[in-house]
Design a protein around this ligand. Structure first.
Ligand code: ADP
Length: 164
């Protein structure tokens, strides 16, 4: 069984992430979407909220499983019998970082882990969760970047933060 992992913070999940997941799910028997919990990072959404948004966006995909993880991705992969990592490549700026991570993951797993890059969809080439958070802060249009439920969640979150 070919099992892949797609990991990220998903703070929040965007249509760019979703596009990669849907395309990758077609190529794998099972795709694990791993929502990262980095204790040193400050997120807009909690791990539970980020995970719930990922689940809600992918509920129609029956070979996709959503899990949380922290620590080394290669350890998580070994525990879950996952052989390869799917990564999305946006602009050239992603390339250097992604290549470094691919080499590092290959090295620390003694060559067991393979990384597969998929090009971002043209319309999501410059889309990131941080751009989305910025637009949301200023009340801008988000429907091109987020699905309806996620858009509602970020609007509510910004409202709560603004009223503090
Ligand atoms: P985030 O923190 O925004 O969830 P990460 O930087 O952790 O995202 O990246 C998770 C994966 O998603 C990476 O492979 C990244 O290149 C990919 N990704 C992020 N945004 C997009 C997008 N708009 N289109 C395609 N892939 C994307």
């Amino acid at each position: 069984m070919k099992i892949g992992v797609y990991s990220g913070s998903f703070d929040p999940i965007t249509k760019g992430h979703e596009d990669i997941i849907r395309r990758a799910a077609k190529m794998t028997d099972k795709l694990v979407v791993a929502v990262l919990n980095n204790v040193n990072k400050r997120y807009l959404f909690s791990l539970e909220e980020r995970t719930a948004m990922v689940l809600c966006s992918l509920k129609d995909l029956d070979n996709v499983e959503v899990k949380n993880f922290q620590g080394l991705l290669t350890d998580f992969m070994e525990e879950n019998k996952i052989e390869f990592i799917i990564r999305g490549l946006r602009a050239v700026s992603d390339y250097e970082y992604e290549l470094t991570m691919a080499f590092a993951n290959s090295d620390i797993s003694q060559g067991r882990v393979e990384t597969i890059f998929m090009p971002a969809a043209k319309q999501y080439m410059y889309l990131s969760s941080s751009v989305v958070r910025e637009i949301a802060n200023y009340g801008g249009k988000l429907s091109d970047y987020l699905n309806e439920e996620v858009e509602k969640k970020i609007r509510d979150k910004i409202k709560i933060q603004g009223s503090r």
